[in-house]
Write a protein that binds this ligand. Structure first.
Ligand code: SDX
Length: 428
């Protein structure tokens, strides 16, 4: 049964707009005809109340701390699945059979190598270039290499581009790290898992066998799962908007990488660990909590707060548990973890954070694990981009295959000067 329409009275007139229901979550008011009927725009900078698209990929309930990928809770996927299987799920809508998963993993494995000329792009960067700057450049450069699959209206071409992107991101990311430390690039070894291959390309050297630690491989794979997709976040919306013009898919993913880099988004994992290290010992925490509450101080608790989650980010729960597992497996500890736990405890009992519903997000604990595994902080967002590529690609495919898809083109509330005549410089 159709929902009663939403009613709007504006400029002395009454208007009805259809209300659409999803399978779960808030209903939406369909305002596609609003401008034509009312000669008015809606105004929603930051899109806090705007559904930009219809999607069947990921559902988030921010109040309940729920995250579902194609209906499956993130906690179950993180516990029982693996990144290749979650990638298949996001791309195809269903969990694969063993045969389907084997075929998908094999396809991805066979796209892990990079064109040898693409490796030349690294040499143009300074050794101290931020790896995210390298990712923006090298992933964008992929758009110059594949002329055999650029017809995005062809689902076969879209699938090939999707597989290439998912497969090559680990190789590109590992090479960005190798370049920064002056070590030779490592070629993929496709006898390893997707994640094992990445760890070996990152931390292995040609001079000796790489000893892949199973607990590290499992933790890294789980971290990839936790970062795979997250509804219409800023970088995914960037990929969708870039893709809506029909742009090259590799270039669209490079745009997503650029957006993810920001400290308010994917760059928060690097900023959060740097913040925890700056705080140092737990006795310094109250000072930083006061700074975070001070409106005149731009300091924010990095890794805290979220546009959608107004309860605990379910990914942070899994991440905290994974810290303990990795520390135990590697027989390591890091005082920064104790500082993080104490900071969380104090913040969650502080009226400011309670009132503003600020909880740890996915970025709060991830850096502690990544640092324990051996990654420098500058690689943290690169790992986020590596994992999020499957989400970006799945969302891009969903958009391009929608027959009603059109270029995104928001309007504005104009507050600049009204029309005025040009004045020659001699008379100004
Ligand atoms: C990711 O969208 C996604 O799904 C993103 C992501 C994904 O998987 O793609 O989940 C990944 O980006 C996680 C978020 C990582 N960013 C950070 O950890 C950076 C620190 N957090 C914030 O900057 C902030 O919380 C945002 C950007 C995440 C969300 O900001 P909003 O929704 O725009 O909220 P806001 O900035 O308007 O804050 C609301 C209030 C403000 O106070 P008032 O103006 O109402 O008085 O809460 C305060 C803010 O000052 N606030 C914080 C805070 N975050 C918000 N105060 C102190 N510390 C913080 N971290």
């Amino acid at each position: 049964m159709a929902e009663d329409p939403a009613k709007l009275t504006a400029h002395g007139k009454d208007f009805d707009f259809p209300v659409l229901k999803g399978s779960v979550g808030p209903d939406v008011i369909d305002i596609r005809k609003l401008y034509a009927q009312t000669d008015m725009f809606t105004f929603d900078p930051g899109f806090t109340s705007t559904a930009s698209c219809e999607s069947a990929l990921t559902y988030i309930d921010g109040d309940e701390g729920v995250l579902l990928h194609r209906g499956y809770p993130i906690g179950q996927l993180a516990e029982s699945s693996n990144f290749m299987e979650v990638s298949y799920l996001l791309l195809n809508g269903e969990l694969p059979s063993a045969k389907e998963l084997a075929a998908f993993s094999s396809t991805i494995s066979r796209h892990t190598m990079l064109h040898e000329q693409l490796m030349s792009f690294y040499k143009g960067f300074r050794r101290d270039a931020h790896p995210m700057a390298i990712m923006c450049g090298v992933v964008g450069a992929l758009s110059a290499f594949y002329h055999d699959s650029t017809d995005i209206s062809d689902p076969v071409h879209r699938r090939i581009s999707s597989h290439r992107l998912i497969a090559k991101m680990p190789t590109i990311a590992a090479a960005a790290y190798k370049y920064s430390v002056g070590q030779p690039f490592m070629y993929p070894d496709n006898r390893l898992s997707y994640t094992g291959n990445f760890l070996r390309m990152t931390f292995g050297v040609p001079a000796e066998e790489y000893d892949l630690h199973p607990a590290v491989e499992k933790a890294m794979d789980r971290i990839f799962i936790l970062h795979a997709d997250h509804e219409q976040n800023a970088s995914t919306s960037t990929v969708r908007l870039a893709g809506s013009s029909g742009a090259n898919p590799f270039a669209c993913i490079a745009a997503g990488i650029a957006c993810l880099w920001g400290p308010a988004h994917g760059g928060a994992n690097e900023a959060a660990l740097n913040m925890l290290r700056e705080i140092g010992t737990p006795d310094k925490i109250p000072h930083y909590i006061e700074r975070a509450k001070d409106k005149n101080d731009p300091f924010r608790l990095m890794g805290f707060g979220h546009r959608v989650y107004k309860n605990y980010d379910p990914r942070a729960t899994v991440m905290q548990k994974t810290v303990r597992e990795v520390f135990e497996a590697l027989n390591v500890s890091d005082p920064v973890f104790e500082t993080a736990l104490r900071l969380e405890e104090l913040a969650l009992n502080d009226d400011y954070f309670i009132e503003k519903k600020l909880f740890p997000n996915v970025d709060f604990y991830s850096g502690v694990i990544l640092s324990a595994i051996g990654f420098p902080t500058t690689m943290f967002t690169v790992l986020f981009a590596l994992a999020r590529t499957v989400g970006w690609v799945a969302q891009w495919n969903e958009m391009i295959s929608d027959p009603g898809q059109k270029i995104g083109r928001p309007r504005q509330l104009y507050t600049g000067p009204t029309q005025r005549d040009y004045v020659p410089v001699e008379t100004r």
